[in-house]
Design a binder for this molecule. Structure first.
Ligand code: UDP
Length: 485
C-alpha cells in the first residue's frame, strides 16, 4: 500500500485524530524533492517576482500603530459556550458550584508583562464570576530583590550563579517583608514562581491549603539555588508544573497544568477576512503567494537567522514570503543586536518582511498568523512556546523546534511537524507547501489538540478540580491532572 493511501489513527488524550503521514520519517540533511504523499502540487523553480510598487513601499514603511488602542471589554464565561460547547461550560459551572464561597489568593511578582500576568488577568475574573472570590496580590521589592530573583530565574534555567549568603538574605528579607504586610485568611493560596515562595512561612498560622505554581523549566537547575528553594517548596501542599519534563523530585504531590491561551483575546479571536487583508496590506504582505511566519521576540534562542536560512532553501523551489514579526528591540539591548543580525541575514531579499511590533499588536499578530500558509517556531530553547499554541488554535500547519514544551503541543506529523535543523525545517516547510491536503489535516488536528488541552477554559477546569482535591471534596486519582505515576 502506498504511503499516501495509508491512514494513520492516533489517540491524543481521549480524542482520535486522523492524518496522512508525511514521508520520510526523518528529515534529510539536504533539501531534496519530497517523495509522493498526500495531494501533490507542482513545484516551480523560483523566479524573482516582480513585486508591485505598493508592496515595496509598504515593506519599507509598514503602517504600525504607534498608540495603544483602548483595551477591549473582558469576555464573560458565557461567551465561551460558542467555542467549547454547552456541556463543557456546564461541567465548569458544576465543578465550581461545590466551591462557591471558598476564597482564593493568588500571588505573583508582576501585574503586567509576561505570561503569568496574562493568564491571571483572565483566570481571576472567571473564578470570581463563578463565585469563588479570588484576590490577586503582587509582592513588592527593591531593585536588589528583583536583581536576585532575575539571577535565580536564569540559574534555575541552568545558568551559572554565585549564591552568596547576602543574596539569600536579600531574598528572604523581602519575602518576610511581604509576608508581614499581607494577611492570609483565604481557603486556598496559589503562589506563582520562585519570587514569593517564602510566603509559605505563614502556612502554620493559616487554615488554608498552599499551592506552588511553577511556570519555569526546572529540568536542569543550578544546584545551589535549587537546594536553597527546595525546603520552602516542600512545605506546600502541592506543586504545579507546565510540562512533565520541567519537574523535579519533590516530597509533595505534583500536578500538570499546561499554559493556556484565551480564544476570545485579541490575539486569538476570529477575525474578518477584510481585516486580515488590511493588516497584510499595511505591512506589504502579498496574500496571493505563500506566507511563512515566525512571531517571536528577536532573541537568538528563537533562531530567527536559522529561519531565514531555511526560507532561503525553500525559496529555491517555491516562491514564498517570510514574515518575521517580533518586539522588544527598543527596551532590550540584546533584542536590538539580534534584530540587526536578522536584517543582515535577510540582505536585500524583498520577500523577507521584518516587523518590529509594539506590545499592543495582539490583533495584528492574530491577523498575521491567520494569513500564514505555514507557521514556524524554530526555537533552539523554549519554555512552553505559546506562539505554537496560537498557531495550532488558528488551524495552521506549524513547523517547530523539538525543544521545551513544544513536543507537548506538536505530535510529530499529527498536530504539526518537529524539526532539529535548518535543513530539516526547510524540508518540512517545502513539503507542507507542496502538499496542502496534508497541511490542512495537520491544522485541523492541531486545533483539536489545542482545544482539548491549551485553552483557558481547560485551565480553569483544572484549577477547580485541584481546589476540590485539596479541600477534600474530591479524591485524587491517576488522572490527567497528575504528573507521572
Ligand atoms: N508576542 C507578542 N509580540 C511580539 C512577539 C511575541 O505579542 O512581538 C507574543 C506571542 O504572540 C506569544 C508570546 O508573546 O503570545 C510569546 O510567548 P512564547 O511562549 O512563545 O515565548 P516567550 O517570549 O515567552 O519566550
Amino acid at each position: 500500500m502506498k504511503e499516501k493511501d495509508r491512514e494513520q489513527k492516533a489517540v491524543t488524550q481521549d480524542k482520535t485524530i486522523e492524518v496522512n503521514p508525511a514521508k520520510p520519517e526523518k528529515a534529510p540533511e539536504t533539501v531534496a524533492p519530497p517523495e509522493d504523499g498526500g495531494q501533490r502540487v507542482k513545484e516551480r523553480r523560483f523566479r524573482q517576482t516582480d513585486l508591485p510598487a505598493h508592496f515595496i513601499e509598504r515593506r519599507k514603511h509598514p503602517r504600525i500603530k504607534t498608540e495603544p488602542p483602548p483595551p477591549p471589554a473582558p469576555p464573560r464565561l458565557e461567551d465561551y459556550a460558542a467555542i467549547i460547547g454547552r456541556p463543557e461550560l456546564d461541567e465548569i459551572r458544576f465543578l465550581a458550584r461545590h466551591l462557591q464561597g471558598k476564597t482564593v489568593k493568588m500571588v505573583n511578582s508582576t501585574a503586567v508583562g509576561g505570561g503569568v500576568a496574562e493568564i491571571l488577568n483572565r483566570l481571576i475574573p472567571l473564578l470570581n464570576e463563578l463565585e469563588i472570590p479570588t484576590k490577586w496580590e503582587v509582592i513588592t521589592g527593591g531593585n536588589d530583590f528583583f536583581e536576585v530573583t532575575k539571577g535565580f530565574h536564569n540559574a534555575l534555567h541552568g545558568g551559572d550563579y554565585n549564591l552568596t549568603k547576602q543574596i539569600q538574605d536579600i531574598f528572604m528579607a523581602y519575602n518576610e517583608q511581604n509576608r508581614q504586610r499581607m494577611q492570609f485568611p483565604e481557603d486556598l493560596f496559589v503562589i506563582h514562581d520562585p519570587q514569593p515562595v517564602g510566603l509559605i512561612r505563614s502556612k502554620a498560622e493559616t487554615r488554608g491549603r498552599w499551592i506552588w505554581r511553577c511556570h519555569i523549566d526546572l529540568s536542569n537547575p543550578h544546584q545551589g539555588v535549587w537546594d536553597f528553594l527546595l525546603p520552602m517548596v516542600d512545605q506546600y501542599d502541592a506543586a504545579i508544573f507546565s510540562a512533565p519534563a520541567f519537574t523535579r523530585r519533590l516530597a509533595i504531590p505534583q500536578y500538570l497544568f499546561y499554559p493556556s491561551i484565551d480564544p476570545l483575546s485579541e490575539k486569538n479571536r476570529e477575525l474578518d477576512e477584510t481585516y486580515i487583508d488590511k493588516v497584510c496590506d499595511d505591512f506589504g504582505i502579498d496574500r496571493s503567494r505563500p506566507i511563512l511566519t515566525q512571531i517571536s521576540r528577536f532573541d537568538r534562542l528563537k533562531d530567527p537567522v536559522g529561519v531565514i536560512e531555511s526560507y532561503k532553501l525553500v525559496k529555491k523551489y517555491v516562491d514564498c514570503q517570510l514574515v518575521l514579526a517580533g518586539g522588544g528591540a527598543t527596551d532590550d539591548p540584546e533584542g536590538a543586536v539580534v534584530l540587526q543580525e536578522v536584517m543582515e541575514a535577510a540582505g536585500d531579499d524583498p520577500d523577507v518582511i521584518i516587523l518590529n511590533l509594539p506590545p499592543w499588536s495582539g490583533l495584528e499578530i492574530n491577523a498575521l498568523q491567520r494569513a500564514s500558509t505555514v507557521i514556524i517556531q524554530k526555537s533552539l530553547k523554549e519554555g512552553f512556546g505559546l506562539t505554537v499554541t496560537e498557531g495550532l488554535w488558528k488551524q495552521k500547519p506549524v513547523v517547530a523546534g523539538a525543544v521545551g514544551g513544544i513536543p507537548t503541543q506538536i505530535i510529530h506529523k499529527l498536530t504539526g511537524v518537529l524539526v532539529h535543523s535548518v535543513e530539516g525545517c526547510a524540508y518540512q516547510i517545502r513539503y507542507l507547501l507542496t502538499h496542502p491536503e496534508f497541511a490542512t489535516q495537520l491544522g485541523k488536528n492541531g486545533r483539536e489538540h489545542a482545544k482539548e488541552n491549551f485553552l483557558i477554559t481547560v485551565n480553569l477546569k483544572r484549577w477547580l478540580l485541584l481546589f476540590q482535591i485539596l479541600l477534600g471534596m474530591a479524591k485524587p486519582s491517576k488522572d490527567a491532572l497528575s504528573v507521572g505515576a
